[in-house]
Design a protein around this ligand. Sequence first.
Ligand code: NAD
Length: 382
Amino acid sequence: MDKTSDFSAMSAEERRSYIAQTAGLSQKQQSLLCQEGGLSLEAADSMIDNVIGTYSLPIGVVRGLVVNGKEYLVPMVCEEPWVVSCAEKGAELAARCGGFHATYTGSIMISQIQLTKISNPRTACLKVLEHKQEILELANQADPILVSLGGGAFDVEAKPLDTEVGGMVIVQLLVDTKDAMGANAVNTMAEKAAPLLSKITGGKSYLRILSNLAVHRLARVGVSVSCDVLGGEEVVDGILTAHAFAYHDPFRACTSNKGTMNGASPVACATGNDIRALEAGAHAYASRSGVYRPLTYWERSVSGDLEGMIELPMAVGIVGGTTKTHPMAGLLLSIMKVTSAAELGMVIAATGLAENLWTLRTLATGGLQAEFVPSLERRLEQ
Ligand code: NAD
């Protein structure tokens, strides 16, 4: 079957065997894919508390998303009707113009330790920094596996906070969590380092937990789509006008970002990642200037083409958490053929940009309802 076959016109079984063949799935993996939901009650019971059952959602696949010259099959788990096809159409437009180009800043997470009842927070900060090596060594004792892989805590920051309940010092450990999302890893490090920090500062340690605002763990993706491929100058104008609306109006920016995360979050969900962490980081990052802005940025190149970019905190992993406890997550990761958290993060961000690209193109031309409702009605009638 060639790539141009109409994937959407196939039956779900035909699509499944196409993906099994394309991704080279083993017999065992194929039978897992056929087990709708793919999660036993026993496995579910080990994941969260008070389990009474499981809940299935559809898995869709975007074909032909090209990032840094590599073509991906991208699984998406979600309930909203046209999310997968928007991402696929955006990916197709981008692929016709060379695809997405992406970079990743590294898997650097921030772990925060709150020290309270400090009358001289600025002096206490200095003392913390004087003990940097000792603090790092202690924190790293909490995760010898991560350290053996070249990761672990590598820097310490300290900042004073003057609050209505008194002076505080917030110590931040910067931790390279490699291929893990890292929440458990960095929380454990914070707990390990807290008693030493209390001793150094004379403060009482309260909260010891990661920040989901992962500003040192960014996936950056760019794309250039030619004016002709998009459908002409008017379409480019429409997209830029829609973007300007979102850039200057938080009410529109919020919906624009919801649309962008329509692309990113279902891929995070499919791969067993923490969607709430990803969403919290994304929306906080969208407000980093003090004004809530769109996560994507669109502009016109000198040659009149459309250029777009996204910069997204990307706390996702391919080891640890649910990536391994949910068998379907492991299977979908192998369909994607990503081999690192960095690669997964760049694909997730690119899917978000693809989704936003097609959504804006649709809004700037006929509108979402006009494009998708007839096809949804046809599907419901069948
Ligand atoms: P984890 O503790 O299950 O796995 C991470 C560990 O795996 C590392 O600490 C390391 O020891 C080991 N490891 C093995 N191979 C590795 C490799 N190649 N790279 C990196 N580490 C490797 O999971 P985690 O990633 O620390 O935590 C993720 C989970 O924490 C998610 O399920 C998330 O939902 C949850 N969580 C999130 C929050 C939050 O976002 N606020 C808070 C608490 C927990």
